[in-house]
Design a protein around this ligand. Structure first.
Ligand code: C6P
Length: 413
């Protein structure tokens, strides 16, 4: 199988944009300014082409057919696991499980670890979690008598680690936290939290949906036990997510879904499980999506995750200055942040703001960002506007956003 490689060309957003066809379109007669990358990112040509090539040239099921096309598809799909393992610094490709998205990866961990929990055990989350890292644990807690507790967020928008230390005890079985908040942009000290969890004999799960696409991430350096993220937020396709887990834990866990490919043998009475990672990939897997995701990882690696992070953080600083200089704009989250900015622009409701900006071709997100407990109960806001950046965004686009916000304030003022 031939793989496309990408030379490290540094980060030149104007050049990179040419590789993303969607960015050249217009919206309402205006040049598209796409600032909703936290929700999903645009896809480069190399990813579109890799998936297209699979469907056109070697479309076939994997791990089944003893024929050329199936062998080619199997090789491409299996080696996609290897590429992703390298991308996140995993020891082995067998620790990389392809799921549907971050949400499914977190549900997989919660469901498959359940038999190791007993009534009264505690799961420690944080107040800045996305619903996908709250609801699965809440439901297990309700059904099986577990207790869910939340590490508080300070006024500055960072985790209160002193409080976290006090909340950890022998009862804590698991700590699950987001690496980067999709609302505040906070970069959490995962290594420290994982260390605290391990000191109490608890496991540490990381929701990396907003970190893996935007910064160098190594599971070894983070010292966590599980890590979840989505392909569509990192220039890859929708329909694929990743769960990384430590081999010894994955081997002890129950499968999440049952059926074909995840077994090594089946009788009318019972079944035995396949080796990792197939034990957790039941049925025909996400073949084209896996191939597309591996291509996205190579594309990002070619640009350099360090450069991507630096670029996005510079954009976030610029956005904080540009928006912060407008009267009536309140920005949420810490000074030191990842590449996203949530804000409220008086007197415009975020939904009205998003609609007005859309008229000028500017795409942002408005609402509770699937983090209702944080937005409504902690920040005490009905909704927030959010601009989130990626490697192809420019300072000029942020200036256009600030001008659009000012215009909207005038319309409603
Ligand atoms: N946040 C946003 O606009 P899925 O939908 O499974 O690919 O990703 C879920 C998810 C989990 N954790 C975090 C921190 C996230 O930001 C997201 C997705 C999007 O903020 C859509 S709600």
């Amino acid at each position: 199988m031939t793989m496309t490689t990408h030379a490290n060309a540094g980060l030149r957003p104007e050049e990179l944009r040419k590789q993303f066809p969607a960015l050249s379109r217009t919206v309402n007669g205006k040049k598209l300014v796409y600032l909703d990358n936290g929700a999903t990112t645009q896809k480069p040509l190399c990813v579109l082409e890799a998936m297209d090539r699979y469907y056109r040239e070697y479309n076939s099921n994997v791990h089944r057919g003893i024929h050329r096309l199936s062998e080619e598809a199997t090789e491409a799909y299996d080696s996609a696991h290897e590429t992703i393992a390298g991308f996140i610094g995993a020891h082995s490709w067998q620790e990389v499980i392809f799921t549907k998205n971050t949400t499914e990866s977190l549900n997989l961990v919660a469901r498959s670890l359940l038999p190791t929990f007993k009534k009264g055990d505690e799961v420690l989350l944080t107040q800045m979690e996305h619903h996908s890292n709250i609801v699965p644990w809440q439901q297990l807690a309700k059904q099986h008598g577990l207790v869910v507790r939340y590490i508080p967020v300070t006024d500055e928008g960072i985790l209160d680690l002193l409080a976290a230390r006090k909340m950890l005890s022998a009862k804590t079985k698991l700590v699950s936290l987001t690496h980067v908040s999709n609302v505040l942009g906070t970069i959490n000290p995962v290594r420290e939290v994982a260390g605290m969890a391990h000191d109490h004999g608890a496991l540490c799960v990381v929701d990396a949906a907003q970190s893996v696409p935007h910064m160098p991430v190594s599971v070894q350096e983070l010292g966590c036990d599980f890590l979840a993220f989505s392909g569509h937020k990192m220039a890859g396709p929708t329909g694929i997510g990743v769960l990384w887990g430590r081999t010894e834990l994955l081997e002890r866990m129950q499968p999440f879904l049952y059926g074909g490919d995840m077994i090594s043998s089946v009788s009318f009475q019972d079944a035995e499980w396949n080796e990792l990672p197939w034990k957790f990939e039941a049925g025909t897997p996400v073949i084209a999506e896996g191939i597309g995701l591996a291509e996205a990882a190579r594309f990002l690696t070619g640009i350099g995750m360090d450069s991507i992070q630096r670029h996005e953080q510079a954009l976030a600083r610029h956005a904080c200055e540009a928006l912060g200089s407008l009267k009536g704009v309140r920005i949420f989250g810490p000074r030191e942040r990842a590449g996203l900015v949530s804000f409220w622009a008086d007197p415009v409701h975020p939904h009205d703001l998003a609609s007005l900006l859309d008229q000028d071709g500017i795409a942002i997100r408005a609402g509770h960002h699937c983090a209702m407990p944080l937005v409504v109960e902690v920040l005490k806001q009905p909704a927030l506007a959010r601009a989130s950046f990626y490697l192809y965004n420019t300072k000029e686009e942020i200036d256009a956003l600030a001008a659009g916000v000012k215009k909207a304030q005038k319309v409603f003022g």
